[in-house]
Design a protein around this ligand. Structure first.
Ligand SMILES: Nc1ncnc2c1ncn2[C@@H]1O[C@H](COP(=O)(O)OP(=O)(O)OP(=O)(O)O)[C@@H](O)[C@H]1O
Ligand SMILES: [Ca+2]
Length: 880
């Protein structure tokens, strides 16, 4: 990468023209594809160099760096030198196999996360070859002409070319959180500090309002941001709450296991077993039974879960969100575009005096002046073949205008725009100013109450009359009640340009109220029902009119028609305590400002709720950050909102949130299943070795057996529990408390019980076979324990549902894993070379049948437990 021109030029001191000339670009056409290609080679990608990502070798070596594995390897070496080298080789082989499997899993998870990271890359609007295109911001090169809009994160350092009300918050660079107003014309030559360079914008800062364009002068590490070394270090992803709790659990279990292994070791010595054998036994058991891999398993399930979710259009940006999604008790959602289709069309036009008609009727009045005003007052652009590009509310207006013969392009050419106040959710309106020769017109559209506040007159059926504001508002209300989105359109004629655009929004003449239809999404109603069954409250939070909001909410089953709607006017008057009091009764919040969203989240959280909140604007970011699950829109949303969110809806669809919650519950359940399985099998092994000496039995298993079981029966097939489909009732039970222990619902009791049963079966087989004078007792004990773990795996797939109902098809991976593990176990019995390594003997058919029959008791016992659960706790998910 060569030095960027930024290193040598003071861009802020050169004019826009000079900058364009130096970088050989053009404001209208941008760069050509060839130049972009050449400059990409010259300057590299527009990325900050992150702390090196973990290489493959490092990842592989990390598998061996685990303390327990190191201890085992060292012990195996010592054992090999003083005792049997065959054992040593076998142990090392198993450890390597284990590490390779761990590596494969982690690698898959890593790849999944990298793919998600690439998806989360923001796009930038650039002008290249004379057309506007969206490119990943990593693909920018110096000389590119970039278009900025409110909500963008500035993708590179730029010299601004033009700006309309452009204000940019530069706290990332300057620490100053008050946005600075940008002006391409004003740049003091001696403005050395970043904060003073008003004609520049810098990578990593955020556009909070307005729009503009600029020419890229520096990319990647050559940007101001790139120079600040401290900002380049990636924050490490902190472990998820579940992972943290698992490490605590793991540590406690480790202490217990070490204590038990010490007793086993001592008991063996007292009975006169060889020291080395006892030492290796105790050590193998410790390695096998300490569930130190659980946090890693969780990380992998979360990553793979995130990958599955993205296929359902939910992009996870923070991994722990996957596990906590299932705990959500409140979903606070936007209306427009999330619950509705955001595909609008004009339904009706109503004049100030109540004269109304729908678009199906031929207009009784000349609609051209109205249509011209509402067409001019939009940022819609006419793309190829006349397609309208822009905000759906605005394209609906332009389309309606076109229906009465108003041509957007021709109108724009006739009335060039000379000033504007852009739309913002806070102002809920937008104004543009246009000039033709000496005539100037002001066009305003927006929320009726805001626009009418600036109107002094209105158009009635046959004249311009003084406005009757109360009557018009009533009119708007009655349109909203039927679910229409209502916009007021107003205008004013001036003889000269006003000194400021804001001053233009007065003495307006109201032309009409426009009613727009935005149909609810087809799948939204069912998704709301699913939430209600799953104990999740759905709340609508919208910038729209209270009556429109309530009408749509009622249609979707979120609210009842007589529910109260809390509005943005009510909320500031409520103290935090009052709001917290009332918040859980409200289903619809309307005309809400982004600050109110933050207060609503806090109020719900203070009531112990676990809140998911959607948002799309710059000012939604604090609420998204604060929410337990902040959800941004992938299509309609801003970069800033996406950056702040835990999850991005790629299709902006409410139903996708519900799917993600469903998936989150499934993933959590599967992690729980895995923990249940691992703890039970470990308990089985421990009980067996611990109890044997007290029952006067010889050492039931050799170290190699223990390690084999650890790998073949719980390590490998256990992982396939992650592929288990959701239980059919997973969305019919209340959300799990995020504080709930992983071991809740009788999990550890189950593990102890089943472990004890496995040990009883193994030791019983051992005792009876020894009594019969059969020298095959160790092989049989080993086989019973292994097979009983496989039987347990099949039964444990559901906490309640019988294996006969589950069938094989729900989780074929698990079925194959069980078959494979069974085959491998048979290999240790019947392949002569394996006999030598495992110190086993080929069992007779009768002996094998006994082993299978005895171990199947575990399956029937666990099925019996489930049957009892279904009988006595028919409704609840997890009885405690
Ligand atoms: N392009 C626009 N120009 C002028 N006014 C608009 C425009 N878009 C929306 N409005 C008005 O501003 C209000 C607030 O808009 P905002 O985008 O905050 O919320 P919304 O789109 O109505 O609903 P939601 O918050 O559910 O997305 C709208 O109800 C409408 O009256
Ligand atoms: Ca909106």
């Amino acid at each position: 990468m060569t030095d960027s021109p930024a290193a040598t030029t003071l861009w802020h001191a050169s004019s826009a023209e000079q900058t364009l000339a130096t970088l050989e670009s053009s404001a209208e056409r941008g760069l050509s594809a060839e130049v972009v290609q050449a400059r990409t080679i010259e300057y590299g990608e527009n990325v900050l160099q992150h702390a090196r990502s973990r290489g493959l070798l490092r990842m592989l070596l990390a598998q061996f760096a685990d303390t327990m594995v190191v201890v085992l390897l060292v012990a195996a070496l010592i054992a090999g030198i003083v005792g049997e080298p065959e054992d040593m080789i076998a142990i090392i082989a198993i450890v390597i196999l284990n590490a390779v499997l761990g590596f494969a899993q982690e690698y898959r998870a890593d790849r999944a996360m990298a793919a998600l990271g690439a998806l989360a890359q923001p796009l930038t609007q650039v002008r290249r070859d004379g057309t506007e295109v969206s490119v990943p911001s990593t693909a920018l090169v110096p000389g590119d002409i970039v278009l900025l809009a409110a909500g963008n994160i500035v993708p590179a350092d730029m010299r601004l070319l033009d700006a309309v009300h452009l204000s940019i918050e530069e706290a990332a660079l300057t620490g100053e959180s008050v946005p600075s107003r940008k002006d391409p014309a004003a740049c003091p030559a001696n403005a050395s500090a970043v904060g003073d360079q008003t004609c520049m914008s810098f990578k990593g800062t955020t556009v909070v309002a307005g729009r503009g364009s600029g020419i890229v002068v520096a990319t990647g590490m050559c940007t101001e941001l790139g120079r600040i070394a401290a900002l380049l270090r990636d924050e490490p992803e902190s472990p998820s709450p579940l992972q943290q709790r698992l490490s605590v659990l793991g540590r406690k279990l480790a202490i217990a296991v070490v204590a038990l292994c010490t007793i086993i070791f001592a008991a063996g010595l007292l009975r006169g077993e060889p020291v080395l054998l006892m030492f290796m036994t105790a050590l193998s058991l410790a390695v096998a039974a300490i569930p130190e891999a659980l946090p890693a398993v969780v990380a992998i399930s979360l990553a793979l879960g995130a990958r599955r979710m993205v296929k359902q259009q939910a992009l996870i940006r923070r991994l722990p969100a996957v596990e906590t999604l299932g705990s959500v008790t409140y979903i606070c959602t936007d209306k427009t575009g999330t619950l509705t289709e955001n595909r609008m069309h004009v339904d009706s036009v109503v004049l100030g005096d109540g004269t109304a008609w729908t678009l199906s009727q031929p207009p009784a009045h000349d609609l051209t002046p109205l249509s011209e005003v509402m067409t001019l007052c939009t940022d819609v652009t006419v793309g190829a073949e006349g397609a309208l590009v822009g905000d759906p509310t605005e394209t609906a207006l332009v389309r309606a205008g076109a229906d009465v013969g108003v041509n957007k392009s021709a109108l724009d050419a006739h009335w060039p725009r000379v000033g504007e106040v852009p739309f913002s959710s806070e102002r809920a309106r937008m104004t543009t100013i246009h000039r033709h020769e000496s005539r100037v017109i002001v066009c305003t559209k927006g929320a009726p109450e805001r626009v009418i506040a600036g109107c002094t007159s209105m158009r009635s059926a046959d004249a311009i009359v003084p406005i009757d504001a109360a009557r018009v508002l009533e009119q708007a209300e009655s349109m909203a009640v039927s679910g229409l989105r209502v916009l007021a359109i107003a205008t004013r004629t001036l003889s000269e340009q006003p000194d400021s655009a804001e001053h233009a929004e007065q003495e307006l003449t109201l032309l009409a109220l426009i009613g727009l239809i935005d149909p609810p999404r087809a799948e939204a109603k069912a998704a709301v029902e699913t939430c209600q069954a799953a104990g999740i409250h759905v709340v609508m939070i919208t910038g729209d009119h209270p009556a429109t909001a309530l009408a749509i909410a009622t249609r979707l089953g979120i609210a009842r028609a007589d529910d109260v709607v809390l509005t943005g006017q009510d909320i500031p008057g409520l103290s935090d305590e009052d709001l917290a009091q009332r918040v859980t009764d409200v289903r619809v919040f309307a005309r809400v400002a982004p600050e109110d969203k933050l207060r609503i989240v806090k109020a719900l959280q203070s009531r112990g709720q676990y809140v998911a909140m959607t948002g799309d604007g710059v000012n939604d970011a604090p609420a998204l950050k604060r929410a337990n699950i902040g959800i941004a829109m992938g299509r309609g949303g801003t970069d800033v909102a996406r950056e702040a969110a835990h999850m991005v809806l790629l299709d902006d669809n409410f139903a996708t949130i519900v799917k993600a919650v469903h998936e989150g519950r499934r993933i959590y359940d599967n992690i729980r299943r895995f923990v249940r399985f691992v703890l039970s099998t470990n308990a089985g092994e421990i009980w067996t070795l611990f109890l044997a000496p007290f029952l006067g039995l010889p050492l039931p298993l050799l170290p190699i057996h223990i390690l084999w079981m650890n790998l073949v029966t719980d390590g490998l097939p256990g992982i396939t529990l992650a592929a288990e489909p959701a239980e059919p009732d997973s969305m019919q039970r209340p959300p799990r408390s995020p504080q709930e222990s992983l071991l809740a619902g009788g999990l550890w009791q189950h593990a102890l019980r089943v472990g004890l049963l496995m040990a009883a079966l193994a030791l019983g087989t051992q005792a009876l076979t020894i009594r019969d004078g059969n020298s095959h007792w160790q092989t049989m004990t080993f086989t019973v324990l292994t097979l009983s773990q496989l039987f347990h795996l099949m039964a444990i797939r559901s906490e309640r549902i019988s294996i006969w109902t589950l069938g094989v098809r729900g989780n074929p991976a698990l079925f194959y894993a069980v078959v494979a593990a069974f085959g491998l176990q048979m290999a240790t019995l019947y392949v002569p070379a394996m006999n030598r390594i495992f110190h086993t003997v080929p069992l007779s058919w009768r002996e094998l049948a006994v082993c299978v029959a005895v171990s199947s008791v575990v399956l029937f016992a666990v099925e019996g437990e489930k049957w009892w659960l279904r009988r006595h706790h028919p409704s609840s998910g997890f009885p405690s």
